[in-house]
Each structure stands twice: as structure tokens, then as C-alpha cells.
Design a protein around this ligand. Structure first.
Ligand code: GLN
Length: 188
């Protein structure tokens, strides 16, 4: 299985390690040709406004949007979740997203003053809690009817899917626990 990791900016190499721990081959994705032959793609955390700009200037946005429409399996974490969301609140006016999952997220929705926190979250499909690292995380403010919520923190969805599109508002690649990458790869 070949899994691309969007490598324009952000925490992409830690995702490659987690995917390798699950037995997947990985490829850094920077231009449209890098999408050829991928079975799945991870969009990492980082800065969604910068990634949006680089996706446009690299010419990658439109070919990637087409692959996602054609049912490419995608896992977006933190900024990656913002890029996949239908609606983004507190984004920059020129910020683009793929409208790949029917959720509304607010950038930095957990507050700027508390930039970062960690929490053990219950993921019903795992047999013990997952230690989640939230860094200037987006907050889910609305979910559409076709969304499956896979985990919540304080009543707010933090891990969800719609078909083959998975999103997490935290950074599963920053803890040495590949279970969520593995959960995603099971669906590929
Ligand atoms: N706040 C960042 C953004 O808007 C996301 C932070 C992250 O990915 N850790 O893109």
C-alpha cells in the first residue's frame, strides 16, 4: 500500500514514521505528479492558511480535489482537518478548503491563550484511551447527517469520518501510538 503525505509544510515526517510503523510505504506529495498511484493520503497539521496558499501556487489544489472526489482515502489532522472541511470559520478570506467532509470547524477554536493541551480520549473502536495532543486545534462546531463521530473530547467531536475521509482535530503522529493510522489504513 502506498500512502502519500502532503509535504508542503507542517508535521509530515512524523506521519511518515507512524505510517511506516503500520507497514505502509509512503511518498511525500508536493506536486500533482506525486498523486499518481496513491492508495491514500494524509494531510498533516501545520498552518492551514499557508498550506492553502502553497496548494494553489504549486498547482496541486485542483488535481487533488479531483482525486478526493474520486474517492481517494484521506486522513486530515489538525490543519489537515481544516483543509478537508466544508466550512471554515475564522479562516483567512482567501483560504480554500476541499469540502470533502460535511463539518464546520473554527480555526484555533480552543483559544489562542491555551495554545496547546493534551488529553486521553476514548475511541470506542480502540481497547484503551488514545493520548491526544492538541496544538492550536480547530474546533468542530457543526457536523452533517452523514458524519460518523469516532471520538469526542468534552462533548465536542475530535475524530470523525465521512466515508473514506477521516479527520482529527489533534496530532496522532506526535505520540508513539500508531493505532489511529492503523484504523485509517484498515479502511483503505
Ligand atoms: N491553527 C492552525 C491552522 O489554522 C492549525 C494548527 C495545527 O495544525 N497544529 O492551520
Amino acid at each position: 500500500m502506498l500512502v502519500g503525505v502532503l509535504a508542503l509544510q507542517g508535521a509530515f515526517s512524523a506521519h511518515q514514521s507512524a505510517l511506516a510503523d503500520c507497514g505502509a510505504s509512503t511518498r511525500q506529495v508536493r506536486v500533482a505528479g506525486d498523486l499518481d498511484g496513491l492508495d491514500a493520503l494524509v494531510m498533516p497539521g501545520g498552518e492551514s492558511t499557508t498550506m492553502s496558499r502553497l496548494l494553489s501556487t504549486s498547482g496541486l489544489f485542483d488535481p487533488l480535489a479531483e482525486r478526493i472526489r474520486d474517492d481517494l482515502a484521506v486522513f486530515g489532522t489538525c490543519a489537515g482537518m481544516i483543509l478537508l472541511a466544508r466550512d471554515v470559520l475564522d479562516g483567512r478570506p482567501d483560504q480554500r478548503s476541499f469540502d470533502a467532509i460535511d463539518i464546520t470547524v473554527r480555526r484555533n477554536g480552543y483559544g489562542r491563550q491555551v495554545d496547546s493541551f493534551e488529553a486521553d480520549i476514548d475511541v470506542p473502536s480502540l481497547n484503551s484511551p488514545f493520548h491526544a495532543v492538541f496544538i492550536r486545534a480547530p474546533k468542530v462546531e457543526r457536523i452533517g447527517p452523514d458524519i460518523t463521530v469516532l471520538a469526542c473530547h468534552d462533548g465536542v467531536p475530535v475524530l470523525a469520518r465521512q466515508g473514506r475521509v477521516f479527520v482529527a482535530s489533534f496530532h496522532p503522529e506526535l505520540t508513539p501510538d500508531p493505532r489511529l493510522h492503523s484504523l485509517f489504513l484498515q479502511e483503505v
